[in-house]
Design a protein around this ligand. Structure first.
Ligand SMILES: C[S@@+](CC[C@H](N)C(=O)[O-])C[C@H]1O[C@@H](n2cnc3c(N)ncnc32)[C@H](O)[C@@H]1O
Length: 240
């Protein structure tokens, strides 16, 4: 399952500056996603609810609802990375002060944004850590919201294995991400182009079930639902 190679050759003009300022960020964050998640000017511009709204073809609320409905007040929740817009405060408010909400992100500026959004909620905490190791102990719900398609395939396996390890007894993981659209879906050509130009690691979540990235998929039950003509998927994973 090698990621398509074309986009590995992308070298944003800002790469040199990124390398100078972001020594601990994984190479793919510097080389592929600097403009989207590392550049301070762009992050300031992009971190607002309209961005996921547009990028997700107005399906953001539906997808967020799909995650929130898996979570109850008082539970412990881990989110594998920061997400632009209001997902972090929504999740923190869903578990409420009787619960705990943790979010990790590998990019310092993204952690700063998450911390700002979670201010005033002592049960919620954001820190810098790779999703391949993120978390403290076990959680009732471990969530990934559009992270899997953004990371190289080898990293997908490390991240998914860690997230599955974090599921508390009786708990679950909820993975929300892209999925292969129906062949006649009008947004399919747009997303194909986006994958080719900007998202080199995304095609593999079209071509493989998310369970294919787990080292021990048979230890878990995988329940998938798709939305918006197959463009998106929600996979709920429980331990067998
Ligand atoms: C969740 S994904 C994409 C979400 C969606 N496109 C949005 O609207 O924000 C983007 C985040 O993943 C983070 N990220 C990328 N690789 C990561 C990793 N290995 N561990 C933790 N966070 C990671 C990036 O720093 C970025 O904040």
């Amino acid at each position: 399952m090698n990621p398509p190679s074309a986009v590995h050759q992308l070298r944003p003009a800002s790469l040199r500056a990124a390398k100078e300022t972001s020594a601990d960020i994984p190479p793919y964050m510097q080389e592929v996603y600097y403009w989207a998640y590392v550049s301070p000017r762009n992050v300031e511009l992009l971190d607002r609810p309209i961005v996921p709204r547009v990028l997700l073809f107005l399906n953001d609320r539906r997808l967020i609802r799909g995650l929130l409905e898996e979570i109850s007040a008082g539970q412990s929740v881990l989110l594998s990375s920061h997400v632009y817009g209001n997902l972090c405060p929504y999740l923190a408010d869903r578990v409420g002060p009787e619960g705990t909400f943790h979010v990790c992100d590998v990019t310092p500026i993204q952690v700063a944004h998450a911390q700002r959004k979670l201010a005033g909620r002592p049960w919620a905490k954001a820190w810098r850590e790779d999703a391949a190791t993120a978390g403290e102990g076990h959680y009732d719900v471990v969530a990934s919201f559009f992270l899997m398609h953004e990371i190289p395939d080898g990293k997908k396996r490390q991240v998914l294995d860690n997230l599955l390890d974090r599921i508390a007894p009786g708990g679950k993981a909820v993975l929300i991400d892209y999925h292969k659209p129906h062949w006649a879906h009008p947004v399919r050509p747009i997303l194909s182009l986006v994958c080719r130009l900007l998202e080199p690691f995304a095609r593999s979540v079209w071509d493989h079930e998310l369970s294919a990235f787990a080292s021990s998929p048979n230890d878990f039950t995988w329940t998938k639902t798709t939305l918006f003509g197959g463009v998106y998927q929600k996979v709920v994973v429980t331990r067998r």
